[in-house]
Design a protein around this ligand. Structure first.
Ligand code: PPS
Length: 514
């Protein structure tokens, strides 16, 4: 009896003890959750007096809902030391410009040659190639992002120990084609790319490198290897490179790559925005842009056109009152502009991109339009007296989802279908959904909220067809080639291009948007 009472008392005591212990654990957890620093409080907000740029903190605010990855990134130390091994014809100039803007806005130091845009290549990079007068005290630069030929130890000598190493790669055949055309190699080799099929491998392999540095296996060459590696050497090289580089961007997946780059370097979206604005013809003439001014309207168009096949990149920046846009363009040898200045005063900037791509050809078209206080930016650009329609799409990660959203503003009847990132209340969304492989683009309509509280919302327009030429009308009737839902094949032009066609603007003079 005594024993059984003791046992029962003990078990009661044990239960109490357990309750106390678990209670204590629970209280501790709750306390930790309540008082642990949030990512926002941990976030680093680098500022630079010149830039007016609030860095990482701004990254979170500017875009409303950040991904957990981005929030995590905010808790880490920003990266200001990096090497970008600029591989030829891999969209490396686009990335380089992004890094230049990033470094410039933070007053970082760069490795630059005395002249030109190379520091080594075809010879391997040597630290002594850096002009002494351009090397900061201490002998280290923050950013190395010019053309070079990788020589790990020598590069490391001029970089800080915590530098991130980046490079970009591209599908080799496309790269080679780009190289061949850009440097007019047919003049040197005596035959065009179309004759390659008729040449033996031995003959092709024996072609000397153009200018001693350009040709076969260009990425390997730029990355410091021979163009002639055995398969096992190649595997070893890949392993080494995997260890050397913190991030390898992929030209064909530039958006996804830039998202990762943002997270690696803690960049604001505006730092990774890229506007491709140049035109390629047989002669690869560089930049085509149109600037049109009427009393109250300024249209900025930059078009990139590639022979035969056209795809369009449409970008938009839309915000109130304060805006500044400059394009970062670079053609083969000359940098025109290194600033993409997108300012807004109320963190309400929207950006739109209609993105269409085929394997090898990417084009870009941007328009910038402003009235008194309203800025609309167009890919698909349509204007009547008081109506401006603006389309853009945003393509994100993994599943290749592109977005269109519709946004309507102001008494000036500016309607834009665009990826509009902010505003509290009314956002109507269109999603342009693009699938891979077959490059099919389609539009679907989503409303958020579903209440149609936005007069003139896309859905309203869809039902009533009050807006002639609206996107959906065009989509349904297919009367307009180039509507967003068209199949993305070789014949597909973007809306802007078509708009220009419709306005009888000669394709040789794109940019003259009337
Ligand atoms: N953002 C983006 N995404 C995908 N592709 C892009 C991008 N920007 C440039 N390009 C294409 O990259 C080619 C030029 O590459 P580079 O800038 O590395 O050339 S260079 O070596 O610095 O001269 C050149 O390829 P080709 O058009 O095939 O010649 C550009 O069209």
């Amino acid at each position: 009896m005594y024993v059984s009472v003791c046992v029962s008392e003990c078990s009661v005591y044990t239960r109490h003890l357990k309750t106390c212990v678990w209670g204590g654990v629970a209280v501790t957890l709750v306390t930790l959750l309540l008082y642990a620093p949030t990512p926002a409080t941990l976030s680093y907000t680098p500022t630079h007096p010149l830039s007016g740029d609030s860095g990482a903190g701004e990254m979170a605010e500017g875009e409303g809902g950040e991904t957990p990855l981005a929030l995590l990134a905010l808790t880490c130390t920003p990266t200001t030391h990096l090497l970008f091994l600029k591989t030829h014809k891999c969209a490396s100039t686009t990335v380089q410009n992004i890094l230049f803007r990033f470094g410039y806005s933070r007053n970082l130091t760069f490795a630059l040659p005395d002249a030109g845009n190379y520091l080594g290549n075809p010879s391997f990079f040597q630290a002594k190639m850096l002009p002494r007068r351009l090397v900061p005290i201490g002998g280290k630069v923050d950013i190395f992002a010019v053309h070079s030929r990788l020589n790990f130890l020598e590069h490391a000598r001029v970089l800080h120990g915590d530098a991130k190493w980046l490079t970009v790669v591209r599908e080799p055949a496309a790269l080679y084609e780009s190289l061949y055309n850009f440097y007019n190699m047919h003049n040197t080799y005596g035959f065009g790319l179309d004759k390659f099929g008729k040449k033996s491998m031995r003959e092709l392999a024996s072609l000397p490198r153009f200018g001693s540095k350009l040709g076969r296996n260009q990425m390997l060459f730029d990355l410091g290897y021979s163009e002639n590696l055995t398969v096992s050497d190649l595997r070893r090289a890949m392993d080494d490179l995997d260890h050397t580089f913190n991030q390898v961007l992929i030209a064909e997946k530039m958006d996804e790559s830039l998202i990762l780059l943002r997270h690696l370097l803690f960049l604001h979206f505006k730092h990774t925005a890229w506007l491709c604005a140049y035109k390629k013809t047989h002669k690869h003439t560089a930049c085509l842009s149109a600037y049109k001014k009427t009393h109250k309207h300024t249209a900025w168009l930059c078009a990139y056109k590639k022979t035969h096949k056209h795809t369009a990149w449409l970008c938009l920046q839309d915000h109130a009152q304060t805006h500044c846009l400059s394009l970062c363009l670079q053609d083969h040898a000359q940098t025109h502009c290194l600033a993409l200045c997108l300012q807004d005063n109320a963190q309400t900037h929207a950006w739109l991109c209609a993105y269409k791509t085929t394997h090898k050809h990417t084009a870009c078209l941007c328009a910038y339009k402003t009235t008194h206080k309203h800025t609309a930016c167009l890919c698909a650009y349509k204007t009547t007296h008081k109506h401006t329609a603006c389309l853009s799409a945003y393509k994100t990660t993994h599943k290749h989802t592109a977005w269109l959203s519709a946004y309507k503003t102001t008494h000036k009847h500016t309607a834009c279908l665009s990826a509009y990132t902010t505003t509290h209340k009314h956002t109507a969304w269109l999603s342009a959904y693009k699938t891979t492989h077959k490059h099919t683009a389609c539009l679907s309509v989503l409303t958020r909220p579903r209440t149609n509280t936005l007069p003139g919302s896309l859905l309203t327009r869809q039902r009533t067809n009050t807006l002639p030429g609206s996107l959906l009308t065009r989509q349904r009737t297919n009367t307009l080639p180039g509507s967003l839902c068209l199949q993305d094949n070789a014949q597909t032009h973007c809306l802007s291009l078509l708009t220009r066609q419709r306005t009888n603007t000669n394709m040789q003079e794109p940019g003259l948007l009337t």
